[in-house]
Design a protein around this ligand. Sequence first.
Ligand SMILES: Cc1cc2nc3c(=O)[nH]c(=O)nc-3n(C[C@H](O)[C@H](O)[C@H](O)COP(=O)(O)OP(=O)(O)OC[C@H]3O[C@@H](n4cnc5c(N)ncnc54)[C@H](O)[C@@H]3O)c2cc1C
Ligand SMILES: *[C@@H]1O[C@H](CO)[C@@H](O)[C@H](O)[C@H]1NC(C)=O
Ligand SMILES: *[C@@H]1O[C@H](CO)[C@@H](O)[C@H](O)[C@H]1NC(C)=O
Ligand SMILES: *[C@@H]1O[C@H](CO)[C@@H](O)[C@H](O)[C@H]1NC(C)=O
Ligand SMILES: *[C@@H]1O[C@H](CO)[C@@H](O)[C@H](O)[C@H]1NC(C)=O
Ligand SMILES: *[C@@H]1O[C@H](CO)[C@@H](O)[C@H](O)[C@H]1NC(C)=O
Ligand SMILES: *[C@@H]1O[C@H](CO)[C@@H](O)[C@H](O)[C@H]1NC(C)=O
Ligand SMILES: *[C@@H]1O[C@H](CO)[C@@H](O)[C@H](O)[C@H]1NC(C)=O
Length: 499
Amino acid sequence: MVFLLSALTITTLFLCAAAQNVTILKQTLSAKGVTAVYQGDANYSTVSRAYNRRFTFSPVAVAFPTTVSQVSAAVAAGTAQNYEVVARSGGHSYIANCLGGNNGALVVDLSQLKAVTVRPSNNTALIETGNRLGDVALALNANGRALPHGTSPYVGIGGHSAYGGFGFTSRAWGLTLDTVTSATVVLANGTIASASAIVNPDLYWAIRGASPSFGIVTSIEVQTFPAPPSVTVFSYNWNDLSISAASTTITAFQTFAASNIPPEFGAELIFGQGSSSGKLSVQLLGGYYGAANLFSGVIAPYLNAAGMPKPSSQVVTPGSYINSVTYFAEGQSLNTSTASDGSDNFYTKSLMTPSGSPMSAAAVTAFVTYMANQGFSSTTEWFVEVELYGGSNSAINAVPLNSTAFGKRDTLFTIQFYASAPSGATTYPATGFTFLDGMVSSILNNSPANWNYGAYLNYIDDMLANATTLYYGSQYARLVALKATLDPSDTFRLPVGVA
Ligand SMILES: Cc1cc2nc3c(=O)[nH]c(=O)nc-3n(C[C@H](O)[C@H](O)[C@H](O)COP(=O)(O)OP(=O)(O)OC[C@H]3O[C@@H](n4cnc5c(N)ncnc54)[C@H](O)[C@@H]3O)c2cc1C
Ligand SMILES: *[C@@H]1O[C@H](CO)[C@@H](O)[C@H](O)[C@H]1NC(C)=O
Ligand SMILES: *[C@@H]1O[C@H](CO)[C@@H](O)[C@H](O)[C@H]1NC(C)=O
Ligand SMILES: *[C@@H]1O[C@H](CO)[C@@H](O)[C@H](O)[C@H]1NC(C)=O
Ligand SMILES: *[C@@H]1O[C@H](CO)[C@@H](O)[C@H](O)[C@H]1NC(C)=O
Ligand SMILES: *[C@@H]1O[C@H](CO)[C@@H](O)[C@H](O)[C@H]1NC(C)=O
Ligand SMILES: *[C@@H]1O[C@H](CO)[C@@H](O)[C@H](O)[C@H]1NC(C)=O
Ligand SMILES: *[C@@H]1O[C@H](CO)[C@@H](O)[C@H](O)[C@H]1NC(C)=O
């Protein structure tokens, strides 16, 4: 009885403290003119919904600052009361880290910060982090400029440039984060800091690979590239390949990548379910950013490699740069203000293969066999992308490892494993996890014990063993040291972050 009473008292005290904290938060944000939606408000369920429906989190509030000083006020208010604070740019985090990845976080939604300014004098652009990739591509293209980035128009530039940013121009131009020349960052104590090679160089280093753990980047200045005068988009499709033929599409891709391929060639292999067990559909999708008449000579050694099957169909279309961006958007509008994005219920993993130690024939065969057999019986809707980061002449790997916090500069392939719940399912099936885990193991179990592989933070997975090593690699010790000075109270304490 005594015990019950005191437990009740403690619970009551705790709830009172929490309620008082929310009251103080409301007062503080409202005094600074920051609009926010709280639990119980009409819009709360809409503004706290995750892109990945596998996750539901209840933030204490979602704030919508309209200026950098309002971002600062929101972060300071969160830190003062020991709330976890997170930024939300496009909201596409695979594990809903933009909602905190936990309950009770203060979400700072950046969607009101949408300026893009192109400066012809030095070919930089100043991009506020509430922008999405499609809108950035349109704004730059209107000035004849472009940036390396992924294919989905709705992905936010904030998260994308925080952890990487791979697209088919990346072998020529690097990752999105490699183009960042300076940034404005709100630190945990509310300080609005500049970060560049000259000002706060440690912060500049940390935000290019790990910014979510260090602050809220409100804008990035990027070095842009001339939009290429011609881009050839290509898609080669193979229906119902045998395990042997599908294995050849990977082993030949590895051999081709090591030959003297030009940086203007960007591509990925995409695998999907075949029409019977033991079969796979395979697609080679990509862009060639050089002169159109040279493309057939570039791709020929791959298509004609020993054992390569003949494509069932193909699309090879030269056009403008912005048409290539539209093509890869697969029907979504580049202008994201006119329609809203969908959502999905899914589990994702990734694996970055080291350039110096490509996948063995045994690993490729085991992986393809798994996709062809277990992939046929799986009830999930799945795909696998084998993205070409490296190979000869890759700008991604030309960046010195320690010049940014990005952990992997020796990658040949980044493989994304993606499985969605069957359509109509309300919860994610347990077999979806074991299916993808087994797929990754099929490669690892047939690779050297000391294989120096990694994983990609933009395909973030909160169930990854050894996540720290696989994501941050040798950068982690320096990141931890910087975290202690830049965010001593661990305001930005999201899952899979720097702790
Ligand atoms: C449909 C789809 C297609 C994709 N295609 C590609 C692709 O082609 N290439 C590729 O590389 N990746 C791709 N991705 C992965 C994508 O890059 C990541 O999901 C990315 O982190 C999403 O960024 P966001 O701003 O939309 O997400 P958010 O969820 O808003 O942010 C992701 C993380 O970054 C943090 N963050 C966001 N903004 C800031 C900021 N301003 N300052 C500090 N931290 C911030 C958030 O707190 C969160 O932890 C794709 C994802 C999806 C869903
Ligand atoms: C809340 O919803 C109303 C009505 O749909 C809308 O006008 C308003 O802009 C929304 N506010 C926020 C912060 O989303
Ligand atoms: C509420 O505020 C107190 C200090 O006033 C702090 O110790 C506590 O961590 C806060 N609770 C939450 C949930 O943030
Ligand atoms: C580019 O020019 C703008 C203004 O024209 C200036 O503010 C910025 O500092 C310059 N950036 C670099 C990297 O030179
Ligand atoms: C998107 O469309 C809206 C409405 O037509 C327009 O105001 C905006 O400028 C467009 N954005 C871009 C980046 O082109
Ligand atoms: C990167 O820096 C680490 C120390 O943090 C050092 O051990 C390593 O040798 C450096 N690597 C390269 C490639 O410069
Ligand atoms: C984690 O990494 C350590 C070395 O860094 C290794 O000994 C261990 O086997 C790894 N564990 C898993 C599950 O990969
Ligand atoms: C805020 O934090 C930064 C980074 O640790 C520090 O340099 C600065 O002095 C702090 N500002 C205040 C007002 O405490």
